[in-house]
Design a protein around this ligand. Structure first.
Ligand SMILES: C[S@@+](CC[C@H](N)C(=O)[O-])C[C@H]1O[C@@H](n2cnc3c(N)ncnc32)[C@H](O)[C@@H]1O
Ligand code: SF4
Length: 475
């Protein structure tokens, strides 16, 4: 067994219980799982295909066919501008100073590009203009930097060119820019859900991550949003950050409960390049921490042992008021889970999603594609009247079933073969050689149980679900 991953697993805070998954991960026969979590890629966002160099026309035809059949789809519009670059963030971003004239030109340009690209999608996929949008999500980057005029222009375009009759609207911001006035504007424009990054409620850790807002600003944003009438507010927390200890995460979760937030996303800090594994979307540049900047020998990242103590503490503390669905996304028990995630991953749905903008990732069950992630190349494609897609992959029938199973597993909801058979013309997931083999191993390792038609993750399976779906089902 590799020494480095084991040393990291042995980095444990003596004041907290040894994590439940410690025994499992420390056994030599489970080194595949330990190596995976040690390498640390984002693991639950993109479900790659298995047919490379898939022609763009075939991807578009597949999308047309499935969008026509879907009850609803999920639609993204990605705005890449940010006013600073967090040290952990590897998303495709364009950094600017919003006070400058040049920034105003850039905001116009970003919205122009987004609309131009959206028009191309509408021309390439005729049913896209008719299908019900289940959830529309403006995400980033920091869309809350967009001046009112540009935001209105963007929203007007989407509302008048897509079918918003059943759509809920969700907006992702950054606490320093989600002012009361901006929140009022969002409400007026029809947004009912907002989300933003907090990462930690400890100012020292926020600063050590390169962010330029305080914990107080996050709390004020929550109060302001409530006063204006938002009762669906989601914040992002990260565990495993520089200088963070288990106590810090305990205080973060206590704060979430005290604030009674409807939704919270709690992610482990990922440092691997997501794009390399095609399990997430990242920009052309590495994050500053990936480059080794802004930390040194005296300032440490918690090892795997502490990370799992943090993860298990989050599970335990949130379990009385919250449910986790899908992995990392917690919602208060009396609230609904994330609608967009459900549309895309719940076994009975798994409808297509279209992501417009830099680095957008779009898919249906037969094919998927990722947009260009560098702004220069992205604009060049648009200037040449080309959809800015970098790579599209097809998905064989065998892999389609595997991806459906993996996505369903990532929701943490038991996977039901009856629902699966309705989706796949009577084929059972036990008939799929890859799923069947994986299930045997996972049962042996006590990561899932199989009871008749239903596969359920055990507590260790829930904690390790990213490793489960990314190591056991082939490339
Ligand atoms: C792309 S950001 C958009 C939110 C907004 N720009 C903000 O920062 O407030 C969405 C979330 O992704 C998460 N994220 C970004 N990079 C990450 C990483 N390397 N590991 C784990 N989570 C990450 C952060 O929690 C962040 O809030
Ligand atoms: S975390 Fe948010 S604010 Fe920070 S660089 Fe990434 S997108 Fe921008």
């Amino acid at each position: 067994m590799n020494k480095e991953p084991l040393d990291s697993l042995n980095d444990i805070d003596a004041h907290y219980p040894v994590p439940r998954v410690y025994d499992f991960l420390s056994r030599p026969q489970n080194c595949e799982f330990l190596d995976y979590v040690f390498k640390d890629p984002f693991g639950c966002h993109v479900f790659p295909g298995d047919i490379s160099s898939y022609p763009l026309d075939s991807f578009l035809n597949d999308m047309e066919r499935e969008i026509k059949q879907a009850k609803q789809i999920h639609l993204w519009s990605y705005i890449p501008t940010c006013r600073y670059r967090c040290y952990f963030c590897d998303f495709p971003t364009v950094i600017l100073n919003p006070q400058t004239e040049a920034a105003q030109t850039m905001f116009r340009d970003v919205v122009d590009c987004n609309i131009t690209e959206a028009r191309m999608w509408l021309e390439s996929i005729p049913s896209l203009g008719q299908v019900e949008i289940g959830e529309f999500n403006i995400f980033g980057g920091t869309p809350s930097l967009l001046p009112e005029q540009e935001l209105r222009r963007l929203v007007d375009f989407y509302q008048s060119h897509f079918n918003f009759s059943a759509a809920s609207m969700r907006f992702e911001g950054e606490p320093g820019t989600l002012t009361k006035n901006y929140l009022r504007l969002l409400k007026k424009l029809g947004f009912s859900k907002i989300s933003f990054g907090v990462q930690s409620f400890n100012d020292h850790i926020i600063k050590a991550s390169g962010r330029m807002h305080s914990a107080r600003a996050c709390i004020e944003t929550i109060y302001d949003a409530r006063e204006i009438g938002f009762n669906w507010i989601s914040v992002d927390l990260i565990y495993g950050l520089l200088d963070q200890n288990v106590d810090d995460v305990k205080r973060d979760v206590e704060k979430i409960i005290e604030l009674g937030l409807s939704h919270v996303v709690c992610t482990k800090l990922h440092m691997d390049e997501f794009m390399r594994k095609r399990t997430g979307v990242s920009g052309e540049r590495k994050s500053l921490w990936q480059k080794g900047k802004f930390f040194d020998d005296k300032r440490r990242f918690p090892g795997l042992g502490k990370q799992y103590q943090m993860r298990e503490l989050v599970e335990k503390y949130l379990s009385s008021d919250y449910l986790e669905h899908p992995t990392m996304y917690f919602h208060q028990k009396h609230q609904r889970p994330e609608k967009w995630k459900g549309l895309v991953t719940d076994l009975g749905k798994q409808y297509p999603e279209v992501a417009i903008g830099l680095g957008g990732s779009s898919k249906c069950t037969r094919a998927e594609a990722i947009n260009i992630t560098g702004y220069g190349r992205y604009k060049e494609a648009l200037d040449n009247h080309r959809l800015p897609i970098d790579e599209s992959q097809g998905i064989s029938l065998l892999r389609r079933e595997v991806n459906a199973f993996k996505m369903a597993t990532s929701t943490l909801v038991p996977v039901n073969d009856g629902v699966f058979r309705r989706r796949f013309e009577g084929r059972s997931f036990f008939d799929n050689s890859i799923i069947n083999r994986a299930l045997k191993t996972l049962v042996d390792k006590a990561l899932v149980t199989v009871d008749g038609d239903v596969v359920t993750l055990t507590p260790n399976g829930v904690t390790l679900v990213e490793a489960v779906i990314n190591t056991q089902f082939g490339p």
